[in-house]
Design a protein around this ligand. Structure first.
Ligand SMILES: Cc1ncc(COP(=O)(O)O)c(C=O)c1O
Length: 416
């Protein structure tokens, strides 16, 4: 992909045989246009991601998962937006997917591909969500699933993996260590590898979020979409989805895509700033020679804690090509964002997911956005997945005796 070379449908590799970079799936958009004229999207009656079948790398829905993935709500968050002086903030709430994260979009497509190609076992390395998502959807169709996860992943995420019946290997090391091990074992065993930023089909599921956003906004695309980035595969998927719709004539302009990262895990942001500071101009689709910065990741937002992003170059391209921003925020700002999102909208996000709102607030304070910009903040994972961070921001309730006087005194202290 970074070298711009093209390969046929029969390619069996995960990475580009020429440059070793990540692959990207391409489509015939003229054909998609004519298919949509014959049968509009709503004709199938589906409300999940397979509603967008002409844009997906599967022939039919026979290998789709048992559970419904996608079709998540888009809320106009008026009270939340006011906090940052913004009138048109929308939340794309992906916490309601089957395993409670955005990652189900990718797992659904990878699962369909794995089943279509007769895979015996599916495996992946994960900071927690990609794995629990894969384990969840694989359980629904009875496909054996092996997950490599850093030992220090939040306990709720590890419990989720185990309860779905996945074989879990908790690696004494970082997410990057888990990813390297998974790659090695899959290669030896011939297992289907779902790794983010390695398997080209994860992006094909993730892009469906852009289709939904635009359809929910009646094909009038937002000005910006703010996306938390770790490996960078979600953000590259969001960008691809927008470009797909544009190429197929369903939207007439493209939004800016903004990367939201923690200060302690900012490989993508650092790279974007370095390229912009150096006045980098890509030669068409050829991005060879552009390297992504490696960092020593250290943030409580575990899902976006990545040393070397697996899909970093595609993420950097998404930001630069769309003329978006790459913003970093402290862990404290992320925790504040968790509390604000829950208190002002009812949407309970895990820290990594709340990073999008924390970064949007920062963009507003730096006048990068205008008060009437139509901005979508992606909320990519449920707050219950990281219970200890939630406890940290929520605090503890007052404990009282079971007597009315105590209750009335406590209520008075609450100012009610
Ligand atoms: C909740 C959540 N948000 C954001 C991300 C970042 O996605 P990516 O690693 O594709 O950048 C992840 C990845 O695990 C995630 O689980």
């Amino acid at each position: 992909m970074s070298c711009g070379n093209a390969w046929g449908d029969d390619l069996q590799e995960y990475a580009c045989p020429s440059c070793g970079g990540n692959l990207d799936v391409t489509y015939d958009y003229e054909l998609i246009r004519s298919l949509l004229e014959l049968e509009p999207l709503f004709a199938s009656g589906r409300t999940d991601i397979f509603r967008y079948l002409p844009f997906l790398p599967v022939a039919d829905t026979d290998s789709a998962p048992l559970l419904k993935v996608g079709g998540t709500p888009l809320y106009h968050a008026v009270r939340l937006g006011k906090e940052a002086g913004l009138n048109m903030v929308y939340l794309k709430d992906d916490t309601g997917n089957p395993s409670s994260s955005f990652k189900d979009r990718a797992s659904a497509i990878v699962l369909a591909r794995a089943r279509d190609t007769g895979a015996r076992v599916i495996a992946c390395a994960s900071t927690g969500n990609a794995g629990s998502s894969m384990a969840c959807l694989a359980a629904g169709v009875g496909l054996p699933c092996v997950i490599f996860v850093p030992e220090k992943a939040p306990p709720a995420k590890i419990a989720q993996l185990l309860i779905y019946g996945a074989r879990v290997l908790a690696v004494r090391g970082s997410y990057d260590d888990a990813r390297d091990l998974c790659l090695k074992v899959c290669g030896e065993k011939g297992w289907f590898n779902r790794n983010t930023g390695f398997n080209p089909f994860t992006r094909e599921g993730k892009k469906t979020c852009s289709y939904e956003i635009c359809e929910q906004l009646e094909w009038n695309p937002p000005d910006r979409v703010v996306v938390a980035a770790g490996d960078g595969n979600i953000i590259s998927g969001i960008w691809k989805g927008m470009k797909d719709l544009h190429a197929a004539g369903l939207i007439d302009r493209l939004p800016r895509i903004d990367a939201a990262q923690a200060v302690g895990s900012s490989a993508i942001s650092k790279t974007v700033h370095r390229l912009r500071d150096n006045g980098y101009v890509p030669a068409g689709d050829d991005w060879t020679g552009v390297s992504v910065e490696r960092v020593e990741a250290d943030t409580l937002a575990d899902s976006i804690s990545v040393d070397m992003p697996g899909d970093g170059l595609a993420a950097v391209r998404a930001v630069i090509e769309s003329e978006g921003s790459a913003v970093t925020v402290s862990d404290e700002a992320i925790l504040d964002a968790v509390r604000e999102l829950a208190g002002l909208t009812g949407v309970f996000a895990e820290p990594s997911a709340a990073a999008s709102w924390a970064c949007l607030k920062q963009m507003s304070s730096e006048n990068i956005v205008k008060s009437d910009d139509r901005i979508v903040c992606l909320i990519s994972g449920n707050g219950l997945k990281d219970f200890s961070s939630a406890r940290r921001v929520a605090g503890n309730p007052e404990v009282i005796n079971p007597c009315p006087q105590d209750a009335f005194n406590a209520v008075a202290r609450l100012g009610l």
